[in-house]
Design a protein around this ligand. Sequence first.
Ligand code: GDP
Ligand code: GDP
Length: 440
Amino acid sequence: MKPVIALVGRPNVGKSTLFNRLTKSRDAIVADYAGLTRDRHYGEGRQGAREYIVIDTGGFEPDCTEGIFKEMAKQTRQAVAEADAVIFVVDVRGGLSAQDHDIANYLRTANKTVLLAANKAEGMQDAPQLAEFYELGIGEPIPISSAHGQGIRSLLDMALDTFFGTEDDDEELIEDDTDRPVRLAVAGRPNVGKSTLINTWLGEERLVAFDMPGTTRDAIKVPFERQGQRFELIDTAGLRRKGKVFEAIEKFSVVKTLQAIADANVVLLLIDATQGVTDQDAHIAGFVLESGRAVVVAINKWDAVDSYQREMLQRSIETRLAFLKFAPVLHISAIKRQGLGPLWKAIADAWASASCKMSTPVLTRLLQEAVQFQQPQRGGMSRPKLRYAHQGGQNPPIIVIHGNALEHVSESYKRYLEGRFRAHFKLTGTPLRIEMKLSS
Ligand code: GDP
Ligand code: GDP
């Protein structure tokens, strides 16, 4: 599970600048998709094989002056509660303030690992100003410069060490997923019917539900089998177990959602038919897209909408979830147990697609056929030459195309190729990345 790092500090000390540093290293597969909203306060990052989630508490202040501190304090407390490590950011140039003391007092009671980052320290690594921050009683101030990228790496290492331990194992873990159950996360905003659906499944199947011991979070893992395929319902966002049934926890947690998505092989995104696609739905869908996970969209409560609403819904999916158009959309009723068979099939197909193996000869033949059928356009004097293709990865599948003058291959031509590959391998429910590599 990815550890969560919360950035805490008074306004203007450089939290968002640090946030951008800590999150920009990911190779985003997301360009500009209409309908995709991003939450700037939650981000993901990676250092070597160690991945993490960052929460920035800075942007939470409401505009009004009144109640700023109250609201900030509330948001900060929530972020700290969700965090595994806290980076308390102070401003070396601005100096120690009363607010820093208040925050420090609070953090000391929070029982979390706290690192004190003395920001804006470019050119003043040994400056006497640093020493005054010892007064906060948080420990040694670690000089960094978020704006200039100094000291960030070792700060991050310290934060991650508290979670992963220090034996710095940068080796990428290669998992063999073939014999493992498919890890499924059910994501969706409150009230879409997540617990109802899961309880329906639990009632239908013979399931063994258990809580994993030894985890700090109330992780839930439920293994079960369906149509010969083994599944594992993983720590599902915003739910907890109460006795034999699941129920929604009162508050929606972005962190839990991100973690569930990160931990999953396939994400089932539930939408409430009676509400249409809301901002929050689009938001969660955006997280799923960024994660590169396989995804199936299920419109729940299909029983409760009339044909007019169904049509409106169809339209809102086409516009607001356009960026997820590789995902199959199913209509279900968790309460009436309708559509659940096809849903399982869609989930299994999505996983099969995401973990699809593609051989170099087949990919190369498909590439050549595609080029024969439609050549890429010239760019200036040269026409791109696409020579051969191989699979560069799974989950999601990556196809690497080798050739020359590849910088001239247009986005629309890439989409054309993607379509041909998708059709041949019958890919559904998974992103497919196409990468171009210059032949040497
Ligand atoms: P936040 O309110 O805590 O999120 O702070 P911001 O990230 O918005 O930064 C506040 C101001 O401090 C901006 O003008 C930044 O450009 C500046 N700043 C951030 N980091 C550094 C740094 O490392 N050195 C200097 N000199 N300025 C910085
Ligand atoms: P969660 O917050 O996502 O776990 O949502 P719940 O499972 O608690 O469901 C929220 C509400 O929607 C409850 O009142 C459910 O009875 C209702 N609900 C769930 N599934 C369906 C469905 O398929 N049809 C209808 N009509 N209502 C449903």
